[in-house]
Design a protein. Structure first.
Length: 501
């Protein structure tokens, strides 16, 4: 029997797909799983290099940490480094000692089964200096640098498993290579994530954590930084494990929102956005994302149109995936069908490695056919040369970005596998609204939800589907899209409920 939210992938916005492609540059990186990967200009030569950790088979099973130097022209060269090899880990780069050179803190498990938490001081070469700090080893979690106390240096937020116990700790950077556990009283978590962000715009960094407690309970909690004390906000977020979180102002209203993915206590996969309302509250947005766990989320303006797009990797119900979602504004996103290899136990990040002004992608993890993967995808938007003379001059080339018409006509929909009529029998149900021209944000969602709650009083008892908003520039486009949506649901044997007002 189906227990999970049924997600119907509709091609209703296919005519809106951009002239945007991503090309695997065959970078020759060692594939890893249970991985962490990201960009870093470790040698400060002006281009992004790649740092990767995880387990791999090439041809033998090994655990490795790899550093790849960007030698330009789509080429990366593996360079030898003395940084410890780990998997089930995480790393983060920052200039902790204020010498102008990036340093790295890394956690994870070595091939001998030892959990580590090591700090390495950078010097623009591949030879790093390990700094002894009094921090216990951690695996199955994350590490994140951030200046929570506003004293100008970078402190540490670490979550994960330490000596068999889940922990969430904040270490204050006291300079001179000394770090102090501030005993922040955060609930200990493993198999999750911890991230800094100033969500309330008061000038100091707050913390959000997500994962599994020692008791087995799953939580996601935001803590406000109140003069160095971290106070739980209890805002009712989806409680997730095997999760990732990324902050970003996706709606351009001046505050930080966040994307999150992971798995609930009862095994449901989730990918969603929480919109920051500034007044110490968040509301879920309802884009039609594929729900995943054991992956990553990362914001980046990949098409240079002034808003943040979303990169998602992870495991969904039928395997692994990697998705690029273009931000269409008004809480609408388009799946670009970017043809990037699907990965779980994975990590993925934006970065302009070729310095051409747009964001490229590095991903690592396990594919559907159980191969271990690390790849670089170059962002190749279609460019138009508006000056036909002297094409050799790069200063005479212009990227032409056509203006997109603002969506005016909207409809919303949701689906569930549930006993909506309370007759003891579960069915596949789809609810779809009429087409309207809303005057204010969330008008459609609020009206839609209130009518369903009125007509189906037990709706709130179900783990129902998110309400998805879809917008179009003309009424006819909205009509065509709505027709396709209904036809797709009918082809999957859903009972269609039209919600009218």
């Amino acid at each position: 029997m189906v227990k999970h939210l049924i997600s119907i992938v509709l091609l209703i916005n296919a005519f809106l797909l951009p002239a945007q492609t991503f090309t695997d540059i065959q970078a020759g990186l060692t594939g890893v799983s249970e991985s962490a990967s990201n960009w870093i200009d470790y040698d400060q030569d002006g281009d992004l290099d790649i740092f990767v950790t995880g387990e791999f088979y090439n041809p033998n099973h090994e655990i490795r940490t790899k550093l790849y130097q960007n030698i330009r022209n789509d080429k990366f060269r593996e360079v030898s480094t003395n940084i410890v090899s780990v998997y089930r880990g995480s790393f983060d780069w920052a200039d902790y000692n204020l010498d102008g050179i990036p340093d790295v803190f890394i956690i994870g498990e070595t091939s001998s089964g030892k959990s580590i938490a090591y700090l390495y001081m950078g010097n623009r070469t591949t030879s790093f200096t390990r700094i002894n700090v009094n921090i216990k080893g951690v695996k199955d979690g994350t590490v994140n640098w951030g200046d929570f106390d506003g004293d100008g240096d970078q402190d540490l937020l670490i979550v994960g498993q330490e000596d068999g116990n889940a922990v969430s700790k904040i270490y204050r950077n006291d300079r001179n290579n000394k770090f102090t556990d501030i005993n922040a009283s955060l609930p200990g978590l493993s198999f999750g994530v911890g991230r800094w962000c100033d969500f309330d715009l008061d000038g100091d960094l707050d913390a959000i954590i997500s994962g599994t407690e020692n008791s087995g309970m799953v939580i996601t909690e935001l803590f406000r930084n109140d003069n160095g004390k971290f106070v739980p906000m209890h805002l009712g977020f989806s409680n997730l494990r095997l999760s990732d979180i990324c902050w970003g102002d996706y709606d351009n209203d001046g505050d930080q929102d966040f994307a999150i993915n992971g798995e609930t206590q009862d095994g449901k996969f989730v990918t969603k956005i929480y919109k920051n309302n500034i007044n110490v509250s968040f509301s879920p947005a309802f884009p039609d994302f594929v729900n995943v766990r054991s992956g990553s989320v990362d914001w980046g303006d990949m098409d240079n149109d002034g808003d943040l797009d979303l990169l998602v990797t992870g495991e969904y119900y039928n395997g692994a995936l990697t998705k690029v979602y273009r931000n269409e504004r008004n809480d609408a996103f388009t799946d670009l069908n970017a043809q990037i290899i699907g990965l779980y136990m994975s990590d993925g990040h934006w970065g302009d490695y070729d310095n051409d002004g747009d964001l490229d992608i590095v991903v690592s993890g396990m594919s559907n056919d159980y191969n271990f993967i690390s790849r670089v995808y170059r962002n190749d938007p279609i460019r138009t040369d508006t000056v036909k003379q002297e094409p050799e001059s790069i200063f005479r080339n212009t990227v032409v970005v056509p203006e997109r018409p603002e969506p005016t006509y909207f409809y919303v929909y949701a689906s569930c596998y549930c006993d909506i009529d309370n007759d003891g029998v579960k069915d596949y149900n789809a609810f779809i609204s009429v087409i309207k021209r809303p005057k204010v944000q969330y008008e459609m969602e609020r009206k839609f939800n209130s009518i369903i709650r009125r007509d189906y009083p037990n709706w709130t008892e179900f783990d129902q589907g998110n309400i998805v908003q879809t917008g179009f520039s003309t009424y006819q486009k909205a009509v065509n899209s709505r027709f396709i949506a209904i036809d797709e649901y009918k082809s999957k044997k859903f009972i269609i409920h039209e919600v009218k007002w």
